[in-house]
Design a protein around this ligand. Structure first.
Ligand code: ATP
Ligand code: MG
Length: 272
């Protein structure tokens, strides 16, 4: 059984793409078959994996979603790129920005991405969707297609309002479109353990949310090496395998694998 995980937060620059790459490769390193889906017209995931100039690519997520919407046949490996660290990728480029508006007029507009993913997911153990920083139709499509959502939160700021909005959207998608959607957890990213401020934020977030939501034990440290990986097209495991960010992403991978096993026992989640 494959599991589809959306990495989502409408706030920009919180580590969604970095987490998609490194959790994806982390799962591949544990022997899992992994498909990464770039669901952001910026194409950052595509570029982070070393595929330069996504705007010149012919087949991308928007092509495949278009085909799914028009009920055209899709070959199981169509448009899928292979990265040498063992993950597959559906790339994205600027054409995906037209999809937000195109979706408004189609039938089953919330399920276009799910429709595509359902056609390929049986080839994989995990499908990870790198969401775009908005709560528009593309993110709704990602949540509609997902079994679980991971919410990276940058530990520099208190997320307060933005996080509430995201949780409300997740709740609505769960009630109205995708009843099996669960919140995998909140992931604290870019944590600078040297500062008391970051420690305070981490503590406050844990105090405020851990009653109702899972917060991953693993915190992703602030790391220059992690920031450099996107420019070299590698994961943190290939770029700096003994560093603290690689260790953290390995721990996160274990938590995600364990959560999958324990999910059934887990307490209920707040859904607004
Ligand atoms: P967007 O909302 O634009 O899609 P995002 O949520 O996908 O952004 P990333 O692109 O993963 O966020 O990260 C934002 C920036 O922070 C990037 O420049 C990235 O290299 C850097 N970064 C990511 N993780 C870390 C980290 N652990 N430590 C330091 N810098 C990081
Ligand atoms: Mg991104």
């Amino acid at each position: 059984m494959s599991k589809v995980i959306a990495i989502a937060n409408q706030k920009g620059g919180v580590g969604k793409t970095t987490t998609t790459v490194n959790l994806g490769v982390g799962l591949a390193n544990e022997g899992k078959k992994v498909l990464l889906i770039d669901c952001d017209a910026q194409g950052s995931l595509t570029e982070s994996l070393g595929f330069q100039n996504p705007d010149e690519m012919e087949i991308t997520l928007s092509t495949l979603m278009g085909k799914a919407m028009n009920e055209e046949p899709i070959k199981s490996d169509e448009g899928i790129l292979h990265h040498d660290e063992g993950v597959d990728l559906v790339p994205a480029n600027i054409e995906l920005s037209g999809m937000e508006t195109a979706l408004v007029t189609v039938m089953n507009r919330e399920r276009a991405l799910k429709n595509y993913i359902d056609q390929v997911k049986n080839n994989y153990d995990y499908v990870l969707i790198d969401c775009t920083p908005s709560l528009g139709m593309l993110t709704i499509n990602s949540l509609a297609a997902a079994d679980e959502v991971i919410i990276p939160v940058q530990a520099h700021y208190l997320p307060a309002k933005g996080l509430e909005q995201l949780l409300t959207t997740v709740g609505k998608v769960k009630r109205q479109i995708n009843p099996k959607l669960t919140i995998g957890g909140i992931l604290l990213t870019m944590v600078d353990k040297r500062t008391n401020y970051a420690k305070d934020i981490s503590r406050i977030i844990r105090m405020s949310y851990s009653k109702n939501l899972t917060i991953y034990k693993t915190e992703i440290p602030h790391s220059i090496k992690a920031a450099e990986t996107s420019a070299v097209g590698k994961s943190i495991f290939a770029y700096d395998k003994n560093g603290k960010a690689a260790e953290a992403y390995k721990d996160l991978t274990k938590e995600v694998l364990d959560n999958g096993k324990q999910r059934k026992k887990h307490r209920s989640e707040i859904i607004r």
